[in-house]
Design a protein around this ligand. Structure first.
Ligand SMILES: C[S@@+](CC[C@H](N)C(=O)[O-])C[C@H]1O[C@@H](n2cnc3c(N)ncnc32)[C@H](O)[C@@H]1O
Length: 376
């Protein structure tokens, strides 16, 4: 398998960001004998980044490989990489069908233990009893608690040797009853009486059922955001808490909520349903606002993702600001909360238009940017 042929597009990235890494290669090497001996349709991949695992599995001899990727951008990158390599991978939704009958599951260990717990429960409940899960990652992102999370629903968890700062966990002997029980505990729900909102979240969604400090600051001032608007967008909606608050507090408003993560979209749908506003909030899985037309929205609200790599954070935020600028009508507004040290104000001012500060606390800033008229 030629890993150098893989690309990240349509995801944002820089020249130094690769589409695969040493952890992908270790997972594939550790699983190579299982993959070579696998019967068609018995191999699944979960949370591959850009297709290295699924396409690597095909190259190692697996046929009819299923892949679930949380991010629609990753799913599209895999499809493009499959075309480049003339290989076939079937993209599937997160659910029993993603793993039913599988004997080998390759996965990247997610950063979120909740995501790992929900995924492990799904596999234990629905995969073949003889399944081997080969789950790997960069050692700096792994914790011993991951072994415990897998151990909650698998009878046996082993650890590979380390190679190039990566390691693999093997999980075997699934406990289907424990898996089904754990799976039934998702999504989780929490009532926030101070805000009059219920938040529902699947594993791995930003802040889970909590409401992040930055989001709270944003929610505290959102009543002042174009009070006469009839349409609004919760861009990068996560659990859907912004969309739910907008719809609950403004009965006239129709809201579109988008996120590129399938788990976020499922959570946001459940959140708006739990707050009885599902009839006025449309939730779509999308990269940015790709499903919305140019100059079609009055108000866009965003809490852009924060990444430990500030350059990557800014790249993603720029992409989201550009989407807001494209879809706002002239005079429409982008309301945004950001970690103050990221200094997004000049960025959003350039991409969207004149920007004023709405609120600021020790960590976060909320700004409102008015979409400038397009040049004639
Ligand atoms: C900081 S969270 C904010 C979630 C929610 N609005 C809140 O305040 O709790 C950022 C969200 O951006 C989403 N995201 C990142 N890149 C995206 C993209 N290109 N298109 C849509 N959503 C994206 C992530 O999946 C994540 O849910």
């Amino acid at each position: 398998m030629d890993f150098t042929a893989l690309r990240r597009d349509p995801d944002v990235g820089g020249a130094d960001l690769a589409a695969s890494d040493a952890a992908d290669r270790l997972i594939l090497d550790e699983a190579s004998a299982l993959l070579a001996a696998s019967a068609p349709g018995t191999v699944a991949v979960i949370d591959d980044a850009y297709g290295a695992l699924a396409l690597g599995a095909v190259a190692a001899g697996a046929a009819e490989v299923r892949s679930h990727q949380d991010l629609v951008t990753g799913e599209r990158a895999t499809a493009r990489n499959a075309d480049r390599l003339d290989a076939r991978v079937t993209s599937v939704a997160f659910g029993p069908g993603a793993v039913a009958g599988t004997r080998v599951v390759l996965m990247r260990l997610p950063r979120s233990l909740d995501r790992l717990a929900q995924t492990a429960a799904l596999i234990a409940a629905h995969a073949d009893p003889a399944v081997t899960v080969v789950a790997g990652g960069r050692i700096k992102h792994m914790t011993p608690t991951m072994n415990d999370v897998l151990g909650d629903v698998f009878g046996r968890v082993d650890v590979s040797r380390a190679r190039q700062k990566s390691r693999v966990l093997f999980a075997r002997s699934p406990d289907a009853d424990a898996g089904a029980g754990a799976l039934a505990s998702w999504p989780r729900s929490e009532r926030h009486d101070d805000l009059g909102l219920t938040v529902v979240a699947h594993g791995g969604v930003f802040a889970g059922t909590r409401i992040d400090v930055g989001t709270r600051l944003l929610l505290s001032v959102l009543g002042d955001a174009l009070p006469d608007a009839t349409s609004a967008v919760d861009l990068a909606c996560g659990s859907g808490v912004v969309a739910a608050q907008l719809a609950c507090s403004r009965p006239e408003l129709r809201v579109v909520a988008t996120d590129r993560s399938a788990a976020a979209v499922a959570s946001a749908r459940a959140t708006v349903a739990a707050n009885d506003v599902a009839d006025r909030v449309r939730v779509v899985q999308a990269d940015g606002l790709e499903t919305l037309g140019a100059a079609s929205q009055q108000l866009v609200v965003v809490n852009p993702p924060f990444h430990s790599d500030a350059a990557l954070s800014t790249g993603i935020a720029r992409h989201l600001f550009a989407e807001a600028a494209r879809t706002l009508v002239p005079g429409g507004e982008l309301w945004c909360v950001w970690n103050s040290h990221l200094r997004y104000r000049p960025v959003v001012e350039t991409i969207v238009g004149p920007t004023r500060q709405i609120a600021r606390n020790s960590k976060f800033t909320v700004t409102a940017s008015v979409r400038r008229p397009s040049p004639a």
